[in-house]
Design a protein around this ligand. Structure first.
Ligand code: LMR
Length: 376
């Protein structure tokens, strides 16, 4: 079991029954597997089935908006990073606007820093409407759809301007809807920054990574890209990264400047190579059934707020990453390693074969649109 606090289904929205042996209610279990007769068997099978059959449950439920005006709607928004990161501040911005304009009718409760659950658990919780909102890295939806893998391709985007252009492309609109059939509605993509590679030994050329273990998110593309440089990828929850680096279970990791700073990863890594090799982007999701049951007037106001927040996320991410980079470098200038053009080219070339492996799953037109964004 992960060191991250595990989520139990009754943990949210109920008073203190966390850890109670009956926490999985038979009614849910029966809905998951109507043919089985034994609740214990259902319990054992729950995790196995949860990503398959059960995630379709929300769309089996009717969804029509509730027109009562005196109800209060609570949006529980769980995420894994610190409150002062691009995601943390974007979530706060959403809450602030909702408080100002829908105060009393809609309450947004934000749970940062994995305090409620890991990202993996939050995807399940969202599907069950146990929480209503998340902004999980697209890489972690790998089990549900292969289409979002486009964002994980190494060295796809030259810079954040290109990312911004791609996010305005109509292909991206389509990507936002890829989880519609799972009862999860995409509200927007939140770019968080390009990722940097860190370790306790200098990483300047691809062969410097050979034999070293790197923490990765739940992404087959990331796994493949580290394997192409003969490194050892290890999938690990975000909340476990600091400790794994500290005790040496893994040698290195990659993440945005903001996450490297706010998680204090820089304290347990001697070198950070400014590779900008992958993008960190979140898909802002709401439980579809929850959304559709909101009174229309509330939905309309929320839609305006959602657009306003989406419009601010990129600028916040750029600024926060620049500041956090500056703080880390000022604190220890020797930590920063910058690649020469030829070293950068070596990394690009080494990881390029990964593109061909995932091209069919992702779709040529999506990759073409992303590449086009580099040239605009
Ligand atoms: C990670 O696992 O590294 C990221 O998904 C964390 C985050 O949400 O930025």
């Amino acid at each position: 079991m992960s060191a991250v606090t595990r989520y139990s289904f009754d943990q949210i929205g109920k008073e203190s029954i966390i850890g109670h042996p009956d926490r999985l209610k038979p009614i849910r279990i029966l809905r998951l597997n109507a043919n089985a007769s034994n609740a214990a068997v259902h319990f054992m099978n729950l995790k196995k089935h949860i990503l398959g059959f059960s995630i379709f449950l929300p769309i089996l439920l009717s969804a029509c908006s509730d027109q009562s005006t005196d109800r209060q709607y609570v949006i529980k928004f769980s995420h894994v990073v610190a409150a002062d990161t691009p995601k943390g501040l974007s979530a706060e911005l959403f809450k602030q606007k909702v408080d100002e304009r829908l105060g009393g009718q809609v309450v947004v409760e934000i749970y940062p820093s994995s305090q409620l659950m890991s990202d993996d658990d939050s995807i399940e919780a969202l599907a069950f409407n146990e929480i209503q909102m998340t902004a999980v890295s697209v890489s972690k939806y790998n089990r549900f759809t292969k289409k979002l893998q486009v964002f994980d391709l190494p060295f796809l985007f030259n810079d954040m301007d290109a990312v911004g252009r791609f996010l305005e492309h109509e292909e991206t609109d389509r990507l936002l809807g890829v989880l519609d059939d799972k009862g999860l509605m995409g509200l927007g993509f939140w770019p968080s920054g390009l990722k940097q590679l860190s370790a306790n030994t200098p990483l300047l050329e691809p062969e410097d990574a050979r034999g070293r273990s790197f923490r990765i998110q739940e992404s087959d593309v990331f796994e493949a890209q580290f394997l192409t440089v003969d490194a050892v990828p290890q999938k690990l929850a975000f909340g476990e990264v600091y400790q794994a680096l500290q005790v040496g279970t893994i040698d290195g990791q990659d993440n945005t400047w903001s996450n490297i700073y706010s998680e204090k990863i820089y304290e347990v890594q001697d070198y950070i190579t400014e590779t900008n090799h992958n993008l960190m982007v979140y898909i802002w999701m709401v439980n579809t059934e929850f959304w559709q049951r909101l009174p229309e007037a509330i939905q309309d106001e929320l839609e305006v707020i959602v657009d306003e927040v989406n419009a601010e996320v990129m600028a916040m991410a750029i600024e926060i990453n620049a500041n956090d980079r500056e703080t880390i470098v000022q604190n220890d200038p020797d930590k920063l390693l910058q690649l020469t053009p030829s070293q950068l080219e070596q990394w690009r070339e080494a990881m390029k074969p990964v593109w061909d492996r995932f091209r069919d799953e992702i779709g040529e037109e999506v990759i073409a649109a992303a590449l086009e964004a580099n040239n605009s």
